[in-house]
Design a protein around this ligand. Structure first.
Ligand code: UD1
Length: 366
């Protein structure tokens, strides 16, 4: 009988906890999983709440690297992940998305010649000033299995010469939305607590350095929120909170700042909002799945299909552009399912198990 493969999965930042839940559930039936949490996100509200709400089991290893410069943070992770991989020698390392934890996991594994599987491969913003763009490109180029969420992802990889090991599996965040949507509506109370009528408020999140680390951009965005016709629910990322304080920007009366929210509150507030304003990658897709129109305050997106279908638009961080875009908001009447069917985790599991069987039988022949 074939032994269950030992697979190490690297997580570390908020969106990775969400992506990890469906895959852990699907994969642990057929393999032995070891989970390493780098500690890139460490606050109760940026990390722990997701484990509790989504029922993710406690990581096997917590590296607790915390915040520092990109080089220092990635370097610390690289060293600690390498140590663990050397001891455990898994047959595969799985990484998600495009954060510093993703790159550190992929680099540590590939330097030990342990194959890497990249979930959410092939995405590109074509903006190399974004740390995430560098993380994605490098991770894709050292991965053996590349799970793309969209056809665009496959095309980008092909343009860069990566054609082998690429699988379209759809977006794993769609799995999570389908799985937790009902629970979210049953359990989340925040909309009621804030006394918000459905489609009579906006939902906003801002955390990209391009928006938060520029006084004028952040001021323009907050000032636009203040000029809107409805309340704006605004969960504030720790970096954004720090910069708002540093620039002494205060909240207009209709803005309702919140601590970072858990997944369930996020889903309900997003689904019931009139529109979402964000610079997050994850929220653009979640808005699409929940059929809430989205304004992305960025010059580009890794999810162009949401724009092509009219559910999302790119807006510059200028007060009038934001106000105008919302006053001209049109909600499309339909949607094409470009990011799969919400069964990404099962597909990834099948592909990994086939890959493992093939590797085993080749080793047997050798
Ligand atoms: C990271 C990812 C980004 C992802 C985002 C999701 C990289 C390069 N960026 O960005 O792609 O969209 O996560 O949220 O990996 N902080 C806390 N408590 C925490 C975590 C962070 O206070 O638990 C503060 C620290 O001051 C830190 C800052 O937030 O310096 C930024 O955190 P960091 O993990 O470096 O980047 P994110 O902006 O969260």
């Amino acid at each position: 009988m074939m032994l269950k493969p030992l697979i190490t999965i690297i997580i570390g930042a908020r969106p990775q906890f969400i992506k990890h839940q469906p895959l852990q559930e699907a994969l642990e039936k057929s393999s032995q999983i070891r989970v390493l949490h780098t500690g890139q996100h460490y606050d109760e509200k940026m990390s722990k709440v997701f484990f509790q709400e989504l029922g993710i089991r406690t990581p096997d290893v917590e590296l607790s690297v915390g915040s520092s410069s990109h080089g220092q943070q990635t370097g610390k992770m690289l060293e600690l992940i390498e140590k663990d991989l050397q001891q455990e020698r898994p047959c595969l390392v799985i990484v998600y998305g495009d954060t510093n934890s993703t790159l550190a996991g992929a680099l540590a594994a590939s330097k030990l010649q342990i194959p890497v599987a990249h979930v959410e491969a092939g995405l590109r913003s074509f903006n190399r000033a974004m740390p995430e763009e560098i993380n994605r490109i490098l991770t894709d180029h050292c991965s053996e299995l590349l799970f793309v969420p969209s056809d665009t992802g496959r095309a980008h990889l092909s343009q860069e010469g990566i054609k082998k090991g690429v699988f379209f599996v759809g977006d794993i965040m769609f799995d999570a939305v389908l799985h937790f949507r009902e629970k979210a509506h049953q359990e989340s109370r925040l909309q009621k607590t804030l006394k918000l009528e459905t489609e009579a408020y906006y939902y906003a999140t801002i955390h990209r350095p391009a928006n938060t680390d520029s006084r004028s951009n952040l001021q323009n965005i907050i000032s636009a929120f203040g000029a809107l016709d409805f309340p704006v629910v605004f969960p504030v990322h720790p970096r954004t909170a720090k910069m708002l304080q540093q620039y002494q920007i205060s909240f207009p009366k209709n803005v309702l700042p919140q601590d970072p929210l858990g997944y369930l509150d996020n889903i309900v507030l997003l689904e019931n909002a009139k529109a979402v304003l964000t610079d997050s990658g994850g929220l653009q897709k979640e808005a699409f799945y929940l059929k809430t129109p989205c304004l992305t305050i960025r010059p580009e997106t890794e999810w162009p299909e949401t724009i092509d279908q009219g559910w999302n638009q790119l807006i510059s961080p200028e007060r009038d552009s934001i106000i105008q875009a919302l006053s001209n908001l049109e909600v499309p009447s339909e949607q094409r399912p470009v990011y799969g069917k919400g069964n990404s985790a099962i597909q990834i599991t099948e592909i990994i198990m086939n890959w493992y069987r093939t590797c085993n039988s080749q080793q047997g022949i050798a």
